[in-house]
Design a protein around this ligand. Structure first.
Ligand code: C5P
Length: 239
């Protein structure tokens, strides 16, 4: 893989609380990573202006708001995400088949195929385990639920999933080569593991079948963030 292809797989997580901090990181990293992820904290504080700021740098946005509501509400919110021209956004697969199918269909009928955002499903949050699932009445192993929800999302016309690196091979097998798999929780060989418990390196995740990697602190907390990006790019390009 070329270094540019490797670069395009990196999604930098903008986990910051101020507009200026976010802007600083976008100006530093745009052109060096593939996309920027905007989550609930930044979006709740600053809204669509954050998305526009990133796009003004010519960079793509992954809007990580994990919609979960009745089908109509999620489809309408998704339309607004598409109007913001984000490249990726996500919904919770536990919102159900109809919620996902309505959203996928809306995107395909209202936006040109090449320009429409790709929509991902979150299966089971990695903060959940068998115990937490039991308490909400789901009496199944986590891995079984992850694969089941990924298949459901695939059948509903969703483009891919967010998944932990360990889940990638199972999902790839269940959903085929065109299904996008985006993995957070990777740690380059030089970085500390922070609070990420089950980690793989970016190279391992890509070798296992990840299409995109969400990476935050290994870059933001590095003493030289630009160098950290280049090391990660090298690691991925070496796959
Ligand atoms: O700093 P770090 O590289 O751990 O950031 C990873 C990003 O991916 C964070 O924005 C985090 O919220 C997100 N994420 C994650 N694990 C998941 C889902 C999302 O770390 N299972």
């Amino acid at each position: 893989m070329t270094r540019d292809q490797a670069r395009s797989k990196i999604i930098f997580a903008l986990d910051f609380d101020t507009f200026n901090a976010a802007k600083h990181w976008v100006s530093l990293l745009s052109g060096r990573v593939g996309m920027f992820k905007v989550g609930k904290q930044l979006f709740t504080a600053h809204g669509p202006d954050i998305v526009r700021m990133i796009e003004n740098f010519g960079a793509g946005v992954f809007l990580d708001l994990k919609y979960h509501d009745i089908p109509n509400t999620v489809a309408m919110a998704s339309r607004e995400a598409a109007r913001l021209r984000v490249k990726l956004f996500n919904v919770h697969a536990l919102g159900g088949y109809e919620m996902m199918a309505r959203t996928a269909e809306m995107l395909r009928t209202e936006f040109p195929e090449r320009e429409r955002p790709r929509v991902l499903a979150v299966t089971i949050l990695t903060s959940s385990n068998e115990e937490t699932l039991k308490r909400v009445g789901i009496d199944r192993p986590v891995e079984e639920m992850v694969v089941r929800l990924a298949r459901l999302a695939n059948r509903a016309g969703i483009d891919g999933v967010v998944a932990s690196p360990r889940e990638v091979p199972l999902i790839r097998e269940a959903c085929g080569p065109d299904f996008l798999i985006v993995t957070p929780g990777v740690r380059p060989s030089f970085a500390s593991t922070d609070d990420q418990k089950r980690v793989m390196t970016p190279a391992e995740a890509v070798a296992a079948g990840s299409d995109y990697l969400v990476i935050g602190r290994p870059i933001s907390a590095a003493s030289d963030p630009l160098q950290a990006v280049e090391v990660i790019v090298d690691e991925i390009a070496g796959v």
